[in-house]
Every structure is written in C-alpha cells, then in structure tokens.
Design a protein around this ligand. Structure first.
Ligand SMILES: Nc1ncnc2c1ncn2[C@@H]1O[C@H](COP(=O)(O)OP(=O)(O)OP(=O)(O)O)[C@@H](O)[C@H]1O
Length: 337
C-alpha cells in the first residue's frame, strides 16, 4: 500500500525586483510514491530541488501546483491554508542542521514532552525514556541542554521528537551531512532500524550516493527540479541509465571498478546534462521537448525507469514543451552559474 503519493508537484519561487519579476522553478512536475516500510533516497546535486520538494511535503512551503495524496486524499485541496494536525501527526521532518533545529534554552525532556502533548499523547516518564532508548540515547540525557550534546546525539533527539508524534512518514533532509563521519553510520543504522521496526516510510535526501546505496530501497534522481531516473536502489546505482545519474556516480570512488570514468568521459557527461545540444547520447531533442518516463527494466519488484530521449520511443516524446528561457528554470540558472 502506498501511503504518500506525489503527483505533478511544482514549486515556483518569485525572484528579482519589482521591475524585473521572474520565477525560479525549483520543482517541476514531480511524481513519487512513498511506501510503508521503505526508504526512498532522493539524490541530486546542490540546487536540484531536493529540499524544496521535502519542504513542500512537510507543508512548510505551499506548492504552486500538483497533488499530495495521503492515503488517497489530496491534502492540498482539503487543507488549503495549512496542514492539519492529523497531517503533521503522520508526516514529520528531520532537518540537516541538528544545531539549529533545537532551541538551546530548553532541555531534551521539553522537546519530547511538547511533541507528545501537542499530538494528544500522554507524556509520562515511561514514554520519554522509551523514546530515548529507541534512538539510542541514555535516559539521563533528558535533563541535558542541546549544547551539552554532540552533533550525532542532537540529531537523535531531533529524530526522537519526530517519532514522539507517531508518524508514518519521515522526511530526512541530509540528516547526516553535518555530522562527523564517525557517527554518520550510527544515524543511518538508526533510520534503517526505524524502517524495519516501525514500518516507517522514509524520504532520505542526500547528495551522498554511498549512503543512499547503504540505506535506500528505492532511489529517485533529481536534476534541475525534475526526477530523471528511479527504481530499485541497487539497480539504479549498478546500471544507471540517465547521463546525469552516470555523472553523479562517476564522482563516487568504486573499488569494484577496475577503471574509473576518465576525465573526457566525465566532461562529456557534464556537457550532456548541462547542454542537451552537446549530449553524445541524444540528437538534441531535449532542447525542445521533455522526455516521458520509460521503463528500462525491473528489479526488486519495482520498475527501473528513466526520463531521457535516449530511451523514449519517438511517439512518446514531446508531451510537454520546455519553459521559455525567461521563465528561469533552475536548469537555466545552474547553467548560467
Ligand atoms: N526561497 C527561495 N526563493 C528563491 N529561490 C529558491 C528558494 N528556495 C530555493 N530556491 C531555488 O530553488 C532551487 C532548488 O533549491 P533547493 O534548496 O531545493 O535544492 P537542493 O537540491 O535541496 O540543494 P541543497 O542540497 O544545496 O539544499 C535553487 O535554484 C534555489 O536557488
């Protein structure tokens, strides 16, 4: 059963001055399903739109268009102005910065008690210690202030606070990127355990493909606001179909490969994704049309799909014309940068 379904989600930000108003399309027509008991990794470079998508799902940003279906109900229609407590009780987010996400004046006990009480759960000592235990923290840390904890411990507190409300979906935006390498794997293992023991559905946002491979069941690759490839995590990593996914993977050291991607190959991939005209894999149709999803295989019980003209049969393309340049798509922005 799919819990959270995202359909055609688009988010534009207004930028510029009153004299030259423009829009940045941070997320463009994203379709994604988050299933119970599965970790979906959302991978892509900085600026590809990962955080904006997560913030839309957490209802911290209002999408420009599209649907967010929770158990089949389009919450953007039924809860137009802001997310209901029911939605917040089911979908929780953990942020990248464990230092910024906990108010330094409060003790750990306060964060957990507040989350429990706000969502109508009893906040007795037994509940608090069970939450601490679940995230691998000693119960005497309930009396600590955030500054007395390490980065890894703080991130565990942030996870415990999210768990306190009893969510079905956890959105984790680069939860380990600000932590010491030595404690990262502990947080990844905790997330894996929560998936298995609580049956949580997780969106794990990262630019670190190694950790995505370690943790994820499904991987979705985001480029310039759009999902360009997805499927079983190992299938996507082992047989990347889109030039952008290959480019991302080419930067990851892989001891199993006897020969890495050489410089010319990487340069070719980079040119292909930034300027479709020079794509060695395509005839330039990216300039005028957007490819549709095309299934290239099936692994782990899920289709491995790609959106690239390389794979889409001619009759399937041209379903949507790209935005004109002055619409300032993130792709155009990134190319200019
Ligand atoms: N509030 C905003 N106003 C204007 N533009 C924004 C805003 N938030 C994001 N953007 C733009 O939207 C695009 C996607 O940004 P986003 O932060 O979602 O990417 P990301 O993949 O999460 O990158 P990072 O890993 O660096 O956070 C970028 O071009 C960014 O400049």
């Amino acid at each position: 059963m799919t819990l959270l379904q995202i359909r055609g989600l688009t988010k534009d930000f207004p930028v510029g001055t009153v004299f030259s108003r423009r829009r940045v399309r941070a997320v463009n027509g994203v379709d994604l399903d988050l299933a119970p008991g599965r970790v979906t990794a959302l991978v892509g470079e900085s600026g590809s739109g990962k955080s904006t998508l997560a913030r839309c799902l957490a209802r911290l940003e209002r999408p420009t268009s599209g649907q967010i279906l929770l158990d089949g109900e389009d919450v953007l229609r039924t809860e137009r102005r802001r997310a209901s407590r029911t939605y917040r009780g089911k979908v929780q987010m953990v942020f990248q910065d464990p230092f910024g996400s906990l108010n330094p004046v409060h003790r750990v006990e306060h964060f957990l008690t507040r989350a429990l009480v706000l969502h109508g759960h009893p906040a007795d000592r037994g509940r608090l210690t069970a939450l601490m235990e679940e995230v691998g923290l000693a119960q005497d840390m309930l009396d600590s202030h955030p500054h007395e904890l390490s980065g890894g411990q703080r991130q565990r507190v942030a996870i415990a606070r999210a768990l306190a409300v009893g969510p079905d979906v956890l959105l984790a935006d680069e939860p380990t990127s600000m932590l010491d390498v030595s404690v990262r794997v502990g947080v990844l293992n905790l997330m894996r355990r929560l998936r298995d023991e609580r049956g949580l559905s997780m969106l794990y946002i990262t630019h670190d493909l190694g950790s995505a491979r370690y943790l994820a069941d499904t991987t979705a690759v985001m480029f310039a606001g759009e999902l360009v490839e997805g499927g079983d995590a190992l299938a996507v990593m082992d047989a990347p179909a889109h030039p952008y996914t290959r480019l991302l993977l080419s930067a990851v050291p892989d001891p199993a490969r006897r020969t890495g991607y050489d410089k010319a190959e990487r340069a070719g991939l980079r040119a292909a994704v930034l300027n479709p005209e020079s794509c060695p894999y395509d005839d330039g149709t990216c300039n005028t049309t957007t490819p549709v999803r095309h299934t290239v295989g099936e692994d782990g019980g899920q289709p491995h799909w790609v959106r690239c003209h390389l794979y889409a049969p001619a009759h399937e393309i041209a379903h949507r014309v790209l935005q004109p340049a002055d619409d300032a798509s993130p792709e155009a922005e990134n190319t200019a940068a």
